[in-house]
Design a protein around this ligand. Structure first.
Ligand SMILES: [Zn+2]
Length: 184
């Protein structure tokens, strides 16, 4: 970030009074620009023992498979966000169920939240952000072509829990920051 979002003047990195981290602070109006993690919300929709997967039409990871997920919007709940993403990416009307996983993706400054979900009718199609959408049996999941490690984690826990007949939730952290950034 180079310029203030309020007044357009240059910003500089500084630790504001009472704070403990460097922020981009405006040199003219003093506005402090906070950067906080963003929420990505998705679900694992199931229909008759098969899971709804989308092949991404957009970067990052175009061409790879994932579950419906995307950035949460203001004014909606986590469950509404998960359902909306399924409607947008897979044109699928899902029923959101229990919390499946919370994955801290530290290098991406994101928190990924996944729910279990039911797809009552096998009606779906590729939305604008998907190349194709498919109902995939667990044994046919393309593990080598899953787009994100968080998705891989959620899918594996989903299948394990299903086999065990339980619906717990899981925490996980992924940190691919270079070592130099840790020190900074
Ligand atoms: Zn300013």
């Amino acid at each position: 970030m180079n310029f203030c979002e309020k007044c357009g003047a240059p910003v500089q990195l500084a630790v504001p009074a009472g704070d403990h981290l460097s922020r981009h602070v405006c040199t003219a109006c003093g506005h402090i620009h906070y950067r906080n993690p963003r929420l990505v919300v998705g679900c694992v929709p199931e229909h008759e023992q098969r899971i709804l997967l989308c092949r991404r039409a957009i970067e990052p990871r175009r061409g790879y498979w994932t579950v419906p997920a995307g950035f949460m919007e203001n004014g909606e709940t986590l469950q509404q966000a998960a359902a909306r993403e399924s409607a947008e990416e897979a044109l699928a009307e899902v029923t959101i169920g229990s919390l499946l996983a919370i994955v801290h993706v530290l290098h991406a400054e994101q928190v990924h939240v996944f729910f279990r979900a039911q797809l009552p009718a096998a009606r779906f199609a590729a939305g604008p952000e998907s190349l194709e959408v498919a109902l995939v049996a667990p044994r046919d999941i393309p593990w080598d072509d899953i787009a994100f490690r968080s998705t891989d984690f959620a899918l594996r826990r989903y299948l394990e829990d299903k086999a065990a007949g339980a619906e717990p939730y899981h925490f996980h952290s992924i940190d691919q920051r270079p070592r130099a950034e840790h020190a900074g």
